[in-house]
Design a protein around this ligand. Structure first.
Ligand code: ATP
Length: 378
């Protein structure tokens, strides 16, 4: 009897600006890989949200789209928002942030990694060893009341930062569990660093106290803490010493772009927003309106985000083929980046979005053949 492929329901947000340009080839890659393996397939459901949708309908993130995200096995989300489309209070449309609140996606996972042999802006040869994960809390901190900031009489503005024990405990446990997995993978002792400003703000002292409370449940992991300003400097001076960093929402927002900077481009920075019941995968970058519509955006951050989705689904559903597919995509991207093969302009190349993605597909095919899946390659 022919085994039917396991079908994964993926809700897709195409986004704004370069969003649809990098999503389309990423879905092509996923379809292609599924066709090659034969044991899994994807049911992609496209739903609306974003600045363009807000302009057309007055709604940035329709309830039906949230429901579709909640019902899916996983969500793929491309870049959203446009500086030219704003709400009356001057803020941008940010459904990608609102979705984190709706689905309680408290752990924003942002890997910062340099492939051995890859060119980076850091001159130090140890830059090749950079491989750490920044976990950005994504449902509270300075973003907790982001739609409620006040400007009083045009003289004073206030925003509120919130840290809760409930979310912080879950966040730190997530960080310690991830560090445990990484320690196994790299065969070394795990380290988790809490990044805060506990010397000045009581909320961050509370955050740090909960961190060390939870650390007691993971005695095999080295737990330490650092102030965010010093850590920003170390991220340039010695990022190869980091393992897992865990921090508040706003600090994580800023530090993850710094992480992308040391990788050489935002176009290589993927992310996952994970909750207890849902997960959303999206590139760290925005909709890059300055290059939108020209077909030159780097699709690799979106592709690597899709690989993170496969890895997460593999663990959730105990699907070894998905784990293997994730690894092959990651290796193909790494090889292309190091060989400077078919890269886009942000990485010094001359390829367009489609050719860059097609080159990754060809490389994945080569690996599938080498791994003995040759009869299945489409
Ligand atoms: P947001 O606040 O929504 O994250 P942002 O203001 O940080 O967005 P981006 O849209 O991420 O801005 O763009 C920052 C810069 O990086 C721009 O010059 C943009 O062209 C570039 N950039 C972002 N993503 C890519 C990509 N995938 N390929 C090439 N360049 C990119």
């Amino acid at each position: 009897m022919v085994q039917q492929p396991k079908v994964y329901a993926i809700t897709v947000f195409d986004g704004d600006g370069i969003g649809p340009e990098i999503m389309a080839p990423t879905l092509d890659l996923l379809r292609h890989v599924a066709g090659s393996f034969g044991s899994f397939s994807f049911d992609f459901k496209h739903v609306p949200a974003g600045a363009g949708h807000f302009k057309d309908t007055g709604e940035a993130l329709p309830k039906a789209s949230i429901d579709a995200a909640r019902a899916a096995d996983a969500v793929l989300l491309s870049a959203m928002g446009l500086p030219s489309i704003r709400k009356p209070d001057g803020t941008e449309i940010t459904p990608q942030i609102d979705l984190r609140f709706e689905l309680d996606l408290y752990a924003g996972v942002r890997p910062v990694r340099v492939y051995p042999g890859q060119t980076t802006p850091l001159a130090d040869p140890r830059a090749e060893q950079i491989d750490f994960v920044l976990i950005r809390e994504s449902t509270e901190g300075l973003f907790a009341h982001m739609h409620e900031g006040q400007v009083h009489d045009d003289q004073e503005a206030t925003e509120t930062l919130r840290i809760t024990r409930r979310v912080s405990e879950k966040l730190f446990d997530f960080a310690f569990r991830l560090a445990t997995q990484r320690a196994k993978k790299f065969n070394r002792t795990a380290k988790v660093t809490c990044v805060d400003k506990a010397n000045v703000f009581r909320a961050f002292w509370f955050f740090r106290s909960i961190f060390f409370e939870r650390a007691k449940a993971f005695p095999e992991i080295e737990a330490d803490a650092a102030y965010v300003d010093a850590l920003a400097m170390w991220m340039v001076q010695k990022p190869w010493e980091f393992d897992v960093l865990v921090t508040e929402n706003m600090f994580g927002d800023i530090l993850s772009d710094l992480g992308a900077g040391i990788m050489g481009t935002l176009g290589l920075a993927p992310s996952a927003d994970i909750g207890d019941d849902a997960a959303v995968f999206q590139p760290c970058h925005g909709s890059a309106p300055d290059i939108a519509g020209r077909g030159i955006a780097n699709p690799l951050a979106m592709i690597l985000s899709a690989a993170m989705m496969l890895e997460w689904l593999a663990a959730e559903h105990d699907d070894q083929d998905l784990a293997k597919a994730a690894r092959l995509i990651d290796e193909a991207v790494g090889e292309n980046v190091v060989a400077q093969r078919d890269l886009t302009a942000d990485l010094g190349g001359a390829a367009n979005t489609i050719d860059c993605a097609a080159s990754v597909i060809a490389n994945v095919d080569k690996r599938i053949v080498a791994d003995g899946f040759s009869d299945k390659v489409a």
